[in-house]
Design a protein around this ligand. Structure first.
Ligand code: NAG
Ligand code: NAG
Ligand code: NAG
Ligand code: NAG
Ligand code: NAG
Length: 486
C-alpha cells in the first residue's frame, strides 16, 4: 500500500517536472523585474534574473526547509518570502511576511541543522528563536545565546551554524576604531576574531556566552571577516577578510592597490585543529596585493605579510609571527560572503565593492575553484586575479557604487541555484548554472524581457536587441506592496 503510493507520487513528480521543464527557457518568464541601472553581465553558462526588489538593505539570506527565503533587512528585521517556481531563474514572489520585527538586526542569520532554531545578531548579541518553517513563525521572545559584543566601527556579527560539527555556532566580530584598543589588540579582548560556541552545552537556565571570555578562538588579528564558510566535504572553515583602508608604508601612501583582501583558512571544528587558532596580522601586518606600489619591497610577493613601518616592525617578523592568507584578492573589493557549492568544488564570494576609491572596484559575484576532496583552493597562495572567476559583474565599475548592484549575502537553494542580495539597491538576484559546459565564450544570459527574444539574440548576451524592456509594472498586484518600486 505504502509502496504503491510512493510509486504513484514518484510518477506524478516526474510528470510535473516534465511539464514544467517545457516552460523552463528564461524567455518564458511572464513577469520579469528589471534593474533601474545597467543590467549585470553574466558569465558563460550562467543565467541570472532579478527575483525580488523593494527591500530595505537586504544582507544575509537563507532558505528554510519549507520553501521560505529568510532575509535580514537592516533597520527592519527578518522577512520571509515564498515564490511560485516556474523553473530556471523564473520565480515569482507569492507572499512576504515580517518574521521578526527588530530594527537592530543588521547582518547575521543562521538556522540550526534541524531547521527549528533561527539565529540572528545585533552588534551586541546573538538571539535564538524557535522557528516553525511550516507555519513560517517564530517564538515571541528570543533567547540570548551570545552577548557582550558591542564596539564601534565594525558592527556586523556574521553567524555560521556548522553542518559538520552539530551545535557549533561561529560568530565573527571585527575591530574597534578606538585607537588605544587597536594598539592593545590582544586575544583576550574579544575583538577582531572569529569564535565558535557549543550550543549543545547551553542548558535551559544557562547565561549567554560572553563573547570575549568563552568559546574557541578560531582565528584572530582579523579586522573584519564578514564572510565565513564551511567546506561541505572536509569541514574546513574559511573566512573572507576586509582589510584596511588608507594604508601607508614607511609613511608613504600605498592604499590605491594595497593591502589585498584575504581568503583565510581557520582549520577544522572536529578536534583536529587546536585553538586558539592563528593570528592573521591585524592591526600590525597586512597582505601584499601590489608589491610595485610598496617602497622597499625586496622579497615581497602577493600574499606576503608586510609591515606598515619598518622602523618598528620588520616584514620578517610579520612573516614569522603572523599567518598569511590562503589566497589574496584585490584591494578594496570588500568580500562579504563565502558559500560553497554542494560538492565542494567551488566557493562563491560576493564582493560589495569599494565605497570611496577614486577608481571604483569590486562589485561582483566571483567563484574560486576548490579541490573537493582536500578542501583546498586549487590556485597557489601567491596567485593574482586569475584565482577568481567572474560570475556576475556590473558592465562598468566607473558608475559604481551609485548605479550598480552591490553584492552582500549569498545562499544556495535545494536545486543548486544561487541567491544573492544587493543591499544598496534593495534587491535579490537568482543565478543558475547550466548543467552542460558552454560551447562558446559568449556571455551568459540576464533575463530582462518577457516573451521570446528576437532571433539571434539568445545566448549572445546582447540585451539591447531583446527589444523593449518590461519594467516591474506587470507584477503589480502579485504581492501587495512588496514589489512596489520604480
Ligand atoms: C515593529 O515594532 C515597532 C515597535 O517596536 C512598531 O512601532 C512597528 O509598528 C512594528 N512594525 C510592524 C510591521 O509590526
Ligand atoms: C565584556 O567584554 C569585555 C572585553 O571586551 C570584558 O572586559 C568584560 O568583562 C565583559 N563582560 C561584561 C559583563 O562586561
Ligand atoms: C577532522 O576532519 C579532517 C578533514 O575531514 C580529518 O582529516 C580529520 O581526521 C578529522 N579529525 C577527527 C578527530 O575526526
Ligand atoms: C601597482 O602599483 C603600480 C605603482 O603604483 C601601478 O602603476 C600599477 O598600475 C599597479 N598595478 C596594479 C595591477 O594595480
Ligand atoms: C614575534 O615572535 C617573537 C618570538 O615568539 C616574539 O618575541 C615577538 O614579541 C613577536 N612580535 C610580535 C610583534 O608579535
Amino acid at each position: 500500500m505504502k509502496k504503491t503510493n510512493g510509486v504513484a507520487a514518484a510518477v506524478a513528480a516526474v510528470a510535473l517536472f516534465a511539464s514544467s521543464a517545457v516552460g523552463q527557457t528564461p524567455s518564458a518568464c511572464s513577469t520579469v523585474l528589471v534593474p533601474t541601472y545597467s543590467p549585470p553581465s553574466v558569465a558563460p553558462g550562467w543565467t541570472a534574473q532579478l527575483a525580488v526588489a523593494g527591500l530595505t538593505t537586504p544582507r544575509s539570506l537563507l532558505w528554510d526547509g519549507a520553501g521560505g527565503l529568510l532575509v535580514v533587512e537592516r533597520t527592519k528585521g527578518i522577512t520571509r518570502h515564498t515564490f511560485t517556481d516556474y523553473g530556471g531563474t523564473c520565480l515569482i514572489p507569492d507572499k512576504t511576511t515580517l518574521l521578526v520585527n527588530n530594527t537592530r538586526l543588521n547582518h547575521g542569520l543562521a538556522l540550526s541543522a534541524d531547521g527549528k532554531t533561527l539565529y540572528a545578531s545585533t552588534v551586541e548579541a546573538v538571539f535564538a528563536w524557535e522557528y516553525n518553517e511550516r507555519a513560517g513563525t517564530v517564538s515571541d521572545t528570543p533567547r540570548t545565546v551570545v552577548n557582550n559584543m558591542t564596539n564601534n566601527d565594525i558592527v556586523t556579527r556574521t553567524l555560521l551554524v556548522s553542518k559538520k560539527q552539530p551545535g557549533m555556532l561561529l560568530v565573527s566580530r571585527g575591530s574597534s576604531a578606538d585607537e588605544n584598543i587597536v594598539k592593545a589588540e590582544t586575544v583576550t579582548n574579544g575583538l577582531s576574531q572569529i569564535r565558535a560556541f557549543d550550543l549543545t552545552r547551553l542548558t535551559a537556565t544557562s547565561d549567554p556566552y560572553d563573547f570575549s571570555s568563552s568559546g574557541d578562538i578560531l582565528g584572530w588579528g582579523l579586522r573584519n571577516s564578514v564572510g565565513v564558510g564551511e567546506h561541505p566535504v572536509t569541514g574546513g572553515i574559511y573566512a573572507v577578510e576586509n582589510s584596511i583602508d588608507g594604508v601607508t608604508r614607511n609613511k608613504q601612501d600605498i592604499h590605491e592597490t594595497n593591502p589585498g583582501e584575504e581568503l583565510n583558512y581557520l582549520g577544522f571544528l572536529n578536534g583536529t585543529t587546536k585553538f586558539p587558532g592563528p593570528n592573521f596580522g591585524y592591526p600590525r601586518c597586512f597582505a601584499v596585493w601590489n608589491a610595485t606600489e610598496i617602497p622597499q619591497n625586496d622579497g615581497l610577493n602577493i600574499g606576503d605579510q608586510f609591515a606598515i613601518d619598518e622602523d618598528t616592525l620588520t616584514d620578517e617578523v610579520c612573516a614569522a609571527n603572523f599567518t598569511a592568507p590562503r589566497l589574496t584578492m584585490p584591494a578594496h573589493w570588500a568580500p562579504l560572503d563565502i558559500k560553497f557549492n554542494a560538492d565542494g568544488s567551488a566557493a562563491y564570494i560576493s564582493f560589495h565593492g569599494s565605497f570611496d576609491s577614486t577608481n571604483p572596484v569590486g562589485y561582483r559575484l566571483s567563484s574560486v575553484a576548490f579541490n573537493p576532496t582536500t578542501g583546498d583552493p586549487v590556485a597557489a597562495p601567491d596567485s593574482a586575479h586569475d584565482a577568481l572567476t567572474d560570475i556576475l559583474t556590473n558592465p562598468a565599475s566607473s558608475v559604481c557604487p551609485g548605479a550598480c548592484f552591490r553584492p552582500a549575502g549569498l545562499a544556495f537553494d535545494n536545486q543548486g541555484r544561487i541567491w544573492m542580495t544587493s543591499d544598496s539597491t534593495g534587491e535579490i538576484y537568482v543565478l543558475e548554472k547550466s548543467t552542460s559546459t558552454p560551447t562558446s565564450s559568449a556571455s551568459g544570459t540576464i533575463v530582462t524581457t518577457t516573451g521570446t527574444p528576437s532571433s539571434g539574440a539568445a545566448g549572445s548576451g546582447m540585451l539591447a536587441s531583446w527589444g523593449q524592456r518590461v519594467m516591474g509594472l506587470t507584477v503589480a498586484g502579485v504581492v501587495g506592496g512588496v514589489l512596489a518600486f520604480y
